[in-house]
Design a protein around this ligand. Structure first.
Ligand code: SF4
Length: 124
């Protein structure tokens, strides 16, 4: 039985509305894309959706209480919530350099989570 799936392309500000038609998991057609990137995006969303994880973790002894962190690459979308839960238990010590690895190989994905910015140590 055929089915249609709708996505919004997030690869540029045009945000094209995409419609992917499939039958029993086999992609038949993608429509609505303004360029080839949208077709690739719809196929990826249908077969293996991926996301970058972004969140904050608490900092001990820093000039700010929270450090923004992100995964260096995408991970499977279905693992994002679990990754956020894992990161919720992490506390880092200031100072931190942007790009510093905060969690290696999050959930065995092979993807590291890094600091998104520098964070200085609070002066006493
Ligand atoms: S399909 Fe192409 S033009 Fe449309 S939003 Fe995606 S990248 Fe932009």
């Amino acid at each position: 039985m055929s089915a249609k799936h709708e996505y919004t392309c997030i690869n540029c500000p045009l945000s094209c509305s995409l419609e992917l038609a499939e039958e029993e998991g086999e992609v038949l057609d993608v429509q609505g894309q303004g360029c080839k990137v949208g077709e690739k995006y719809a196929m990826q969303e249908f077969t293996d959706p991926q996301r970058v994880v972004t969140t904050t973790v608490p900092v001990r002894g820093g000039t700010l209480p929270l450090l923004p962190v992100r995964s260096v690459r995408t991970i499977p979308k279905m693992m994002v919530l679990e990754a956020a839960r894992r990161l919720a238990s992490v506390v880092v010590e200031a100072p931190v350099k942007g790009g510093e690895v905060i969690v290696e190989d999050i959930l065995g994905t092979g993807v590291d989570v890094i600091a998104s910015r520098d964070l200085e140590e609070e002066k006493q």
